[in-house]
Design a protein around this ligand. Structure first.
Ligand SMILES: *Cc1c(COP(=O)(O)O)cnc(C)c1O
Length: 226
């Protein structure tokens, strides 16, 4: 199946049930992204700033770019003028930096807090306690140029479906709690970003409303690029 076929099928599958499809185009060439675009896809995710900054000007301006990988504070300035959403906010320092550059660009940047749910040492993200602490802090309350739209999580890389389900269940439950405690009146706190190619169906069952799919759309990536 072509990239265009994959997009059409996956868009249909997800849109019918109110789930947003993010096409993860990291490591993939402009031509692949253009094919997905021509099939109707507008949301794309990248995790390397350098790569995104090279691709963005070569592609249609109405693409909504999302950052889905760990973002270093010194890179925020390169994407602040155009980025649609930063899904990988994992510290107060980072979100302060995003706020600063969003203000300079005269924008409000949508963000997700990346919450740590995996049983692995290597994944970035905030612990549940850290996320709450951040939302309660005065530093956070002072930020006017960011908008928290929800949470993002990455499950453990395992074949154990029960474990993946539990991790996604935890994230959805945490989202509901955060919504009630901090964003009760905020209709824009609405995004639960969970699910990748290997586990997106499980994630949707557990309440995801945004799935981030790369290899299912574009085929496998070269191993080293992850
Ligand atoms: C690479 C990546 C994806 C997509 O992975 P696939 O397995 O190719 O669907 C989703 N989310 C994040 C955070 C990623 O880094």
């Amino acid at each position: 199946m072509s990239i265009a076929d994959n997009i059409r099928n996956l868009k249909k599958e997800t849109e019918q049930i109110g789930v947003t499809l993010l096409a993860v185009s990291k490591t993939k060439p402009i031509t692949d992204i253009q094919e997905a675009y021509d099939a109707g896809q507008r949301l794309f995710g990248e995790n390397i700033i350098q790569e995104l900054v090279e691709k963005q000007p070569q592609l249609p301006a109405d693409i909504e770019w999302h950052i889905i990988g760990h973002l270093q504070t010194n890179k925020v300035k390169y994407i602040a003028p155009f980025i649609s959403m930063i899904q990988s906010v994992d510290s107060i320092k980072l979100i302060q930096e995003i706020n600063k550059h969003a203000a300079r660009a005269n924008r409000v940047i949508d963000c997700l807090l990346q919450v740590y749910i995996a049983d692995e040492e290597t994944k970035f993200g905030l612990g549940f306690d850290e996320a709450i602490e951040m939302l309660r802090s005065e530093e956070f309350a002072a930020l006017k140029n960011i908008r928290i739209r929800g949470l993002m999580g990455i499950a453990t890389n395992t074949d154990n479906e029960k474990q993946i389900k539990e991790e996604y269940y935890e994230l959805k439950t945490f989202f509901d709690g955060i919504k009630t405690s901090f964003f009760r009146k905020d209709d824009t706190f609405d995004t639960v970003s969970m699910g990748m190619s290997s586990d997106y169906k499980l994630a949707i069952e557990q309440g995801s409303n945004m799935v981030r799919l790369g290899s299912t759309i574009f085929g496998n990536r070269a191993k080293k690029a992850v």
